[in-house]
Design a protein around this ligand. Structure first.
Ligand code: 9MJ
Length: 672
């Protein structure tokens, strides 16, 4: 009996899934709503009589879970990357040139071009074909577990199609958004019923997806497009990004219909123009298009820098512009002492947000645009970039205020303002005596990508410095719970949490620590390269600028900044204080000579290898102490050339650098 019921239930579920896939994913309904509802009701009744046969992936179980207090953290096994941006053809061409140089490629690069949906990035995990987890992006490494809310998005299948081809474990990524039509319908109804309307689709989608009660999430018309699979290469025969999109579709996951394969950056530009022209007729909001190197092996070889893949880039749509009036112009002092002129504005709504400040960049720009207090101006906002003043609109007989003058003294500490020759910026000379610079340095130190002290945000840093509880980063570690609890908007609980976060940040990595020091020009990628090269802080602290030249991303100016930074007694004292406070990282030993037979040798890999991917070959060589670089120079020990080696092998020959084969490489790896 139960066997019969079980098979009836299974058939009903499959049928309902098929109809719902046709309706929500393919946008092509195959049965009338009333018929669907009747089948759904039958399934509900059967499950009511046989509760032991209810499964999590049954269509009846999609929503209804209890509200949460908070979202638990969800760690991403593969980090969720962000994308670099380009804004015009020349930046796109430069992107392609970088890729070709890195790959030593002579032929055209193939891309998949996709609309860039302006929603919320999510990562979904399917095990045995069943949805087991949904997570937000968070900081790229840890997001929030929003499984129940993701289940409330109707176009997300609770169970994948094609059981015969799907991998046991599949992690897919995509963008949750609200369609324009869904947004309009929701608002029309809200207005009819006297409820508050939503401001814009993006904020509405973000708000809905982060409701603690999944039953609330279910009330919003959320939708999703998937665009990547994290664990693809090893599990399937898919070899391209475009193939990945097709495979996602076969599994029943919704994919944007506008994705295309293109070749070379010129075809990327054609695609961009086409999508831009059709922007308003498509039913979802986009902030640009994305180009991804199509070949997944090449993607792997290109790898990433900081948080962004080298193999993809977002080409942003032109910014939105509006008019408003300048009410004041102030100079803001940044972490490095740079004084940035900022226009205070009569608030305007642009690109989904209210803007009341816009940057004027520097004094040269202020003079060139001749922006003055009281002027009517055009301001521009592009994506999440800081709004800027584009130009002043002059009425013929307008009475204007005086031209803006660069301040002679820092508005924060009254120290003299200096301008370095050839530099557009003016700087406060107060160094770390200037409270604004101190605040900037401390905010940077505590920020998520640096020491990641949760709870130590900008407002709290301002208070701590103003109250003279903290004057340098090392003072953070001398704070007591009582001191913190006594501050505005703080209490016992938040003070306790902060103390815990401060304690936790002490165990860190060398790369984070170097980055957190805030050396001018040393971003995350450079800090990681320095940590990789020096493995501990003391050798880096004694370095001379010229010894830094071999490190990727370090040019002469940054090399000088680094060596000057570590020579300053004040900085040495702060670093000592931090280490005394208990900050530590794992010191990675430089391989001993007998385990590093290739130490001192530098190789360049080019062309396709038969036995390895290039990253695999590189990591085998590095394990033996060798360096592997992207370009050939006189210092290269040898170029290892696979099939279709391209220009790097030619360059090696012209420089009298040895060109080895994959056989030679194998012999080298086996010998050692
Ligand atoms: C959006 N937002 O539509 C990516 N995205 O790829 C598409 N975002 C992405 N791809 C790698 N289509 C990181 C982000």
């Amino acid at each position: 009996m139960t066997r019969v019921i079980k098979s009836r239930i299974n058939k009903l579920r499959e049928e309902l899934e098929r109809y719902s896939h046709a309706y929500y994913v393919l946008d092509d309904p195959v049965i009338p709503d009333a018929e669907y509802d009747a089948l759904f009701h039958t399934l509900q009744e059967l499950e009511k009589d046989h509760p032991d046969l209810i499964t999590r992936d049954s269509p009846t179980q999609r929503i209804g879970a209890a509200p949460l207090d908070t979202f638990p953290p969800a760690v991403h096994e593969v980090p969720m990357l962000s994308l670099g941006n380009v804004f015009d053809a020349s930046e796109l061409e430069a992107f392609e040139t970088r890729i070709r140089d890195r790959l030593g490629a002579d032929q055209e690069i193939g891309y998949t071009a996709e609309p860039k949906i302006d929603g919320l990035a999510v990562s979904l995990l399917y095990e045995g074909g069943v949805l087991v987890r949904g997570a937000t992006r968070g900081d790229g490494f840890t997001g929030e577990d929003i499984t129940e809310n993701i289940r409330a998005v109707r176009s997300v299948p609770l169970r994948l199609l094609r059981p015969e081809t799907r991998p046991e474990k599949l992690e897919v990524r995509g963008e949750v958004f609200m369609s324009r039509q869904g947004f309009e319908k929701f608002n029309a109804r809200a207005r009819r019923e006297g409820r508050k309307a939503l401001v814009n689709p993006r904020n509405a989608a973000a708000g809905a997806l982060r409701r603690l009660d999944p039953n609330e999430t279910a009330k919003y018309p959320l939708d999703v497009f998937f665009y990547s699979i994290t664990n693809l290469v090893r599990q399937t025969s898919v070899r391209t990004q475009y193939g990945a999109l097709q495979y996602l579709r076969e599994l029943g996951l919704k994919v944007c219909a506008e994705a295309r394969q293109v070749s070379g950056y010129r075809e990327c530009l054609q695609y961009y123009e086409e999508i831009l022209n059709r922007k308003t007729s498509l039913d979802y909001e986009m902030d640009g298009v994305v180009y991804k190197v199509n070949d997944l092996d090449l993607q792997e070889e290109l790898g990433m820098v900081s948080r962004a893949p080298r193999w993809a880039v977002a080409h942003k749509f032109p910014a939105q512009e509006v008019m408003t009036r300048v009410t004041d112009i102030k100079f803001q002092v940044g972490r490095t002492g740079a004084l940035t002129p900022v226009a205070r504005l009569e608030p305007v709504f642009v690109g989904g947000a209210t803007v009341s400040n816009a940057t004027l960049h520097n004094m040269n720009e202020v003079r060139r645009k001749d922006v003055r207090v009281g002027d009517e101006v055009i301001i521009r906002r592009a994506g999440d970039v800081i709004p800027e003043v584009v130009k002043t609109i002059l009425k013929p007989d307008a009475v204007r205020s005086d031209a803006v003058q660069a301040p002679g003294a820092c508005p924060e500490c009254a120290a003299e303002v200096v301008q370095i020759e050839d530099e557009a910026v003016i700087r406060c000379s107060g160094g770390l005596f200037c409270p604004a610079q101190r605040k900037g340095a401390i905010k940077h130190f505590a920020s998520r990508t640096a020491m990641d002290i949760e709870g130590l945000g900008d407002k709290l840093v301002d208070q701590l410095v103003d109250e003279e509880l903290v004057s340098s980063v090392k003072d953070i570690f001398k704070l007591t719970k009582e001191q913190v609890a006594g501050l505005e908007r703080m209490g016992e609980l938040s003070a306790g949490n902060l103390m815990q976060a401060i304690e936790q940040c002490k165990r860190t990595s060398l790369a984070r620590f170097i980055y957190a020091l805030g050396i001018r020009g040393v971003g995350e990628a450079t800090a990681a390269a320095l940590a990789d090269h020096f493995r501990d802080l003391s050798p880096l602290m004694q370095v001379h600028a010229e010894q830094l030249q071999d490190i990727p991303d370090v040019g002469p100016v940054i090399a000088e900044n680094i060596s000057v930074f570590f020579r300053q007694p004040y900085n040495q004292e702060v670093i000592e204080g931090l280490i005394r406070a208990g900050i530590s990282w794992e010191v990675r030993a430089v391989a001993e000579h007998h385990t590093a037979p290739l130490a001192g040798n530098t190789y360049v890999l080019t062309g396709r290898l038969e036995r390895f991917t290039r990253p695999q070959a590189a990591s085998r060589l590095k394990a033996l102490g060798a360096k592997v670089t992207a370009s050939v120079s006189g210092g290269t020990t040898a170029v290892i050339a696979g099939v279709n080696p391209g220009s790097k092998a030619d360059k090696a020959r012209s420089l009298n650098v040895a060109v080895l084969t994959e056989q030679d490489l194998l012999a080298m790896l086996q010998d050692e």
